[in-house]
Design a protein around this ligand. Structure first.
Ligand code: PAF
Length: 309
């Protein structure tokens, strides 16, 4: 079936409700994106299509999460290619609203604040970014919510349709801090949605896919591989129950002249607080996340690796 493009909230609600009803569906998935889609987004869409009866993907470049107007203007807009990628994954509806549709009264006066969790790591170098991202995610989660209640007898067990359809939203593990914040927002503010994290997609040489990779020269792209190599070193240590030799991994990154490291640390996956220093010296046990951010030439890249032992 071909994908349908809607540009208004009313159109999105009407079409998703119609599809859910016509399929006797019991679940709806939302994939929020800013477009410029790549295989990482395809993995989000693919997972959503596997798990839900109706899937909506939003394409909206959110001005609120850009600190700099130049960055906002420079952000790639590739609607036709994006629609083709989503259609290939079986997404039903693409929601691509205008800025006026999402913010009819101009910039919202009241916003979501990301709190302590949003101030560190990426938040430290991009003040206000996560407040802007969470504010639009909150709005998108409202827009993409399935119509409440189903026609009587439409559930697979033949029971009445009083049950609410399941609602899931999909975010990449690549943006680990955003994912942690969205999970906390949904939990802290009781959003009736399951937040699903989808593993990072990498190219064969290990580079995590990102809309920003297109700005790397060949030489910078080659240099950027040190980020995933350093993360893999920690992963190997964790898998072997060895101390996480963070210093060696960091030295590896710092030996690459085109790479300027911003941060590199091992943190608790929920709170993103750094783990006690002893995880570096004693055999690693438990769950953690290695976080990294660096400028490679002019391009700021982030990556991470879940560690489990
Ligand atoms: O990760 C993104 O692409 C954006 O931050 C999101 C979640 C679509 C909100 O604008």
């Amino acid at each position: 079936m071909s994908i349908q493009l809607v540009t208004t909230v009313a159109g999105l609600r009407a079409e998703s409700a119609r599809l859910l009803r016509s399929r006797n569906g019991v679940s709806q998935g939302l994939v929020p994106t800013m477009g410029a889609l790549h295989e990482g987004h395809a993995a989000l869409a693919h997972t959503a299509v596997e798990q839900n009866d109706v899937v909506v993907a939003s394409i909206f470049v959110n001005p609120l999460q850009f600190g700099d107007a130049v960055d906002l203007d420079r952000y790639p807009r590739t609607l036709d290619a994006d629609l083709a990628l989503l259609e290939e994954q079986g997404v039903d509806l693409a929601f691509a609203p205008s800025v006026e549709e999402v913010y009819p009264g101009g910039e919202p006066l009241v916003r979501i604040t990301s709190g302590r969790l949003g101030e560190k790591w990426e938040g430290a170098s991009r003040p206000g970014h996560f407040d802007g991202a969470l504010t639009v995610v909150a709005k998108l989660l409202h827009y993409g919510m399935p119509a409440a209640g189903l026609p009587s007898g439409s559930l697979p067990d033949g029971s009445s349709g009083a049950a609410l359809p399941a609602y899931r939203a999909y975010f990449g593990q690549k943006d680990a801090q955003q994912l942690a914040l969205v999970r906390r927002m949904a939990a802290d503010l009781n959003f009736p949605v399951e937040i699903v994290g989808v593993p990072t997609v990498r190219s064969d040489d290990g580079l995590a896919l990102s809309s920003r990779n297109r700005f790397l020269s060949d030489e910078e792209r080659e240099a950027a591989l040190v980020l995933s190599r350093a993360l893999r070193l920690l992963e190997e240590r964790a898998n072997a129950h060895e101390p996480l030799d963070v210093e060696s991994a960091q030295a590896m990154i710092e030996s690459q002249p085109l790479v300027a490291l911003d941060y590199f640390d091992v943190v608790d996956p929920g709170s993103l607080e750094p783990l006690a220093e002893n995880c570096r010296e004693t055999p690693f046990r438990g769950e953690a996340l290695a976080l990294i951010a660096a400028k490679v030439g002019p391009v700021r890249l982030i990556d991470n690796m879940p560690l489990s032992s």
